[in-house]
Write a protein that binds this ligand. Structure first.
Ligand code: NAP
Length: 256
């Protein structure tokens, strides 16, 4: 007996923001391995080209779209250009994000604005620009990258925590407004993964020791371990899942 392949992404096109490195690049590669044609976004053309070559060397279909996700006009233009030149965006992974660390009493207005601009405004800008194309087609998948900090605070990163809490609730709001148009919008919340964003923490033996004790799985996450959840939320398998945040965190948010 044959079964429909609920997880196949063949014939679909995915835009992944912040895909030049780290989690974005890994998710783009993962979606492409499941059959999607991927469009890699970031601000630096050179690093995006290198990422594209990495995927193409594996026989995967990839192109690049250079724009700053915090610039709404650039986002609208960039999304329209992809739709015109390459075809419909079926999947959006809203991944671009930044971190700034300082005690809250010393946190600068500038760092606060940068965080909100990249982590919150951009999720709205790109989500809305892409949804405007998806809604008339009555289908589309949006995956917003949340965080353990969508639920829990930690010293020195209160504004990041606020931004990721906002992404979680924006995900619920997008689902509430757009599910009726045939879209599924969900969140994917990584725990602690060893990427460039976390290089200071990875190098900090005391932090790693604390993290391994605090995480039921007892270790840092490997970025490849985010792919399964992203494929699920981007595929037919999640056709009636809406407004949920899937934690991929080794259990850190369910235990004290
Ligand atoms: P990363 O290694 O620092 O990569 C960030 C990516 O975003 C880069 O490709 C960067 O490219 C791009 N980017 C940043 N600002 C941008 C902008 N204004 N416009 C377009 N692209 C932009 O970060 P990461 O660790 O992979 O994190 C990715 C996402 O996962 C973030 O939303 C982060 O908050 C979230 N997250 C990470 C972890 C973790 O453990 N690493 C845990 C939970 C959540 P350019 O700088 O070249 O533009």
């Amino acid at each position: 007996m044959s079964h429909p392949d609920l997880f196949s992404l063949s014939g679909s096109r995915a835009l992944v923001t912040g895909a030049s490195r780290g989690i974005g690049l890994t998710l783009a590669k993962g979606l492409a391995r499941y059959g999607a044609e991927v469009v890699l976004n970031g601000r630096d053309a050179e690093s995006l080209k290198a990422a594209q070559s990495e995927l193409e060397a594996e026989g995967l279909k990839a192109s690049t779209a250079v724009f700053d996700v915090t610039d709404q006009d650039a986002v609208i233009e960039g999304v329209a250009a992809i739709e015109q030149r390459r075809g419909s965006i079926d999947i959006l992974i809203n991944n671009a994000g930044i971190q700034r660390r300082a005690p809250l009493e010393e946190f600068s207005r500038r760092d606060w604005d940068d965080l909100m601009s990249t982590n919150v405004n951009a999720v709205f800008f790109v989500g809305q620009a892409v949804a405007r194309h998806m809604i008339p087609r009555r289908r589309g998948k949006i995956v917003n990258i949340c965080s353990v900090q969508s639920e829990l605070a930690r010293p020195g990163i209160a504004p990041y925590t606020a931004s990721k809490g906002a992404v979680k609730n924006l995900t619920k709001g997008m689902a509430t407004d757009w599910a009726r148009h045939g879209l599924q919008i969900n969140g994917l919340a990584p725990g602690y993964f060893a990427t460039e964003m976390n290089e200071k923490l990875v190098a900090d033996a005391e932090f790693t020791d604390w993290l391994c004790k605090r995480t039921p799985a007892g270790r840092w996450g490997r970025v490849e371990e985010l792919v399964g959840a992203a494929v699920f939320l981007s595929s037919t398998a999640s056709s009636f899942v809406n407004g949920q945040v899937l934690m991929v965190d080794g259990g850190i948010t369910v235990s004290l």
